[in-house]
Design a protein around this ligand. Sequence first.
Ligand code: NDP
Length: 269
Amino acid sequence: MTDQYAVIGNPISHTKSPFIHGSFASTTAQDLVYTAIEGPLDGFAAAVDAFRAAGGQGMNITAPFKLDAFRYATELTERARRAGAVNAMKFVGERAYADNFDGVGLVRDITHNLGCALQGQRVLLLGAGGAARGALLPFLEQNPAQLVIANRTLATAQAMTEGTSATVCNYGDLAGQTFDIVVNATSASLRAELPPVPASVFAQARLAYELAYGKGLTPFLRLAHNAGVAQRADGVGMLAEQAAEAFAWWRGVRPDTAVVIAQLTIPLV
Ligand code: NDP
């Protein structure tokens, strides 16, 4: 029987995951189908149980269910535990193994696809939500010279970085500081808003990275562009790379991401 995988979210009509995994399956000659499931807002566990009962072997989890998946899982990796969120599960008998590939996907896009090492760099991460939490450990594993997290709600950033070498600050404290790499992990761009980051942080930056994707030149990327940052990217590569990590975890073969990234890329203008 053809193996079954799915992404679950609500809403889900926008998802690119069936396209990405379908493309991976055909280039790696894996016999699988990958569908999208709109989970009821109050019925995540029942929807996952039904998918498993019908033979489902693995799932991606997107908004707003990453915390529900964290609670649903029977086995969690350290990075999923640290992120407090799950974006992929694998079902083996009664067990639901869970991981979070968002952060490793982001790191791989920056270091491998964009050719921008994090090691020894001064990195500024804006935001302390789910995506930022997922990025924290994978970023620190790259040994940046400095990792600073700026968030509107300082207490959230403090809780997230407790016991790590990352430092936290308010946006107002960024005046006069410069960074090599600036990453926008806030959700501001989804509403065409700009996090209150001073343009001066970009004075020596080589890369401005926007986690949101498919939005073209967001206010954050426009600010970076106007400040003269040479390299600017959105999160389409991160999306493809976290998918490739999940695919490799499920199937034991890592697909090449270049083709899907090229197909999904929207010019940043
Ligand atoms: P969350 O809702 O978990 O977190 C939102 C964060 O944004 C919080 O830190 C919040 O600050 C901050 N924020 C929201 N609005 C503003 C604003 N106007 N100014 C400053 N800060 C603001 O979101 P996620 O972490 O899940 O998602 C963040 C972004 O990452 C989204 O754009 C999402 O699309 C993208 N993403 C991309 C992925 C990819 O594969 N490319 C994967 C996952 C996410 P506060 O704590 O003060 O409220």
